[in-house]
Design a protein around this ligand. Structure first.
Ligand code: 0PR
Length: 384
């Protein structure tokens, strides 16, 4: 498509957009079952629209917004068991993980940095490793898909800059044995980064509801940084990720001087320079609006729905659960996985097919009636 010489009317342009986005699946259709995103909360949408012009890349201009970002970071830190945290609202889990690896690398100061991480880690760590010149040392998983802590220990060497544990894995929503990883990190004087991009907005509430899930946050002393994404279960519009560090030195180790901005000499740690203030404000607003109890209600409903769905799946011949769900993610396999996946997609289902299984994420937009429809299709396909 060429850059147009003359402009068209807003109406025409919008008409064309409507046409073209007609191909998109929408969250309100109930067909998106494999995504970690959801339709954002209407209040968060309102906040983003109202403050759409705020740029946290030049905090001297938007002093109030910068203060609000700090308060949002403080509230996330407190949710994660830390009185005072250091960090940022960033573009997502990828940027948060890159920043965490960058801090570990910079603080370690070794020549050939190595990072130990579970085989279940998100591919954002591969990007981080490539960009930062860090070698990834993979640790295998146990039968329950948590990382094998003994193997993590065996992988520790002179060049190790840190360890990664996952609280809510991408494929299965499994929570690693973070308490043991934390002990290990303390024993060896290494930082532990916890990727709770998904789990961060689920686990604290699920634990309060009585679900038996391992501790995963700053209450464990070995945990030095946590990724927690408001644009997943936090119901904030994309982009909204979160990186929280226990100590200031982590943030300082990745801060670059921007000498000429409105606020004078500014130290900038994020990958992005110009970055949306509106989304950070929406994080703040959603936390204030829903509060712990509000998020707990959402998590309660989705955890229960996920367990009901897992029970229904078990009764369908030809498909099997990969493991009992830990969070609101249910993954199942089948002997004829590829055919099944193709047929489900042909019927309009937005599912996420991983190596060996199909992942269903029971996000806030996913209702029981959608899952019932999905199960009907699944029964029909597997019966033929
Ligand atoms: N860490 C974990 C544990 C993740 O699951 C993800 C993303 C990330 C980090 C990276 O987060 P960002 O994508 O925000 O940078 N997990 C989802 C996935 O790969 C992302 C996603 C979201 C995929 C919506 C599909 C989708 O429709 O499955």
């Amino acid at each position: 498509m060429r850059f147009p010489m003359n402009g068209a009317s807003e109406e025409d342009v919008l008409g064309e957009l409507e046409d073209k986005t007609g191909e998109d699946l929408t969250f309100d259709s109930g067909k998106i079952l494999g995504s970690m995103c959801t339709y954002p909360h209407p209040f968060a949408v309102e906040v983003v629209m109202r403050y759409i012009d705020r740029n946290l890349g030049d905090p001297g201009l938007h002093v109030g917004s910068q203060r609000i970002e700090k308060e949002a970071v403080d509230m996330l830190a407190s949710l994660l068991g830390l009185e005072k945290g250091y960090g940022h609202i960033v573009s997502g889990g990828t940027e948060a993980n890159i920043l965490a690896v960058r801090a570990m690398r910079n603080l370690a100061g070794v020549e050939k940095p190595e990072l130990i991480l579970p085989e279940s880690a998100h591919f954002s760590f591969i990007k981080a490793a490539e960009m930062l010149g860090v070698k990834l040392v993979w640790a295998r998983l146990n039968d329950d898909y948590t990382v094998n802590v003994k193997e993590v220990e065996e992988r520790i060497g002179d060049n190790t800059i840190g360890i990664v544990g996952i609280a809510g894995t991408t494929g299965l929503g499994v929570v690693d044995d973070i308490p043991s990883l934390s002990d290990l990190a303390l024993d060896y004087g290494l930082p532990l980064h916890v990727d709770a991009a998904f789990g961060g907005f689920v686990i604290p509430f699920a634990k309060a509801l009585g679900y038996n899930i391992p501790d995963f946050d700053f209450r464990l002393k070995g945990v030095k940084s946590i990724t927690i994404d408001p644009h997943k279960m936090g119901m904030v519009p994309i982009p909204a990720g979160g990186i929280i560090f226990r100590e200031k030195k982590f943030l300082e180790s990745i801060s670059i001087l921007a000498p000429y901005l409105a606020g004078g000499k500014i130290w900038q740690a994020t990958i992005t320079g110009t970055r949306p203030g509106a989304n950070a404000l929406a994080v703040w607003a959603m936390i204030k609006h829903l509060g712990f109890e509000g998020y707990k209600e959402i998590v309660k409903e989705k955890m229960e729905l996920a367990r009901w769905f897992a029970g229904e799946l078990k009764m369908i011949p030809g498909v099997y659960l990969i493991r009992e769900p830990v969070l609101n993610i249910v993954s199942f396999g089948s002997k004829k996985l590829e055919e099944l996946e193709k047929e489900l997609k042909a019927r309009g289902w937005g599912i996420s097919a991983h190596r060996g299984y199909i992942r269903i994420v029971v996000m806030p937009h996913v209702k029981r009636k959608h899952l019932e429809e999905f199960l009907r299709d699944l029964r029909e396909i597997t019966a033929t």
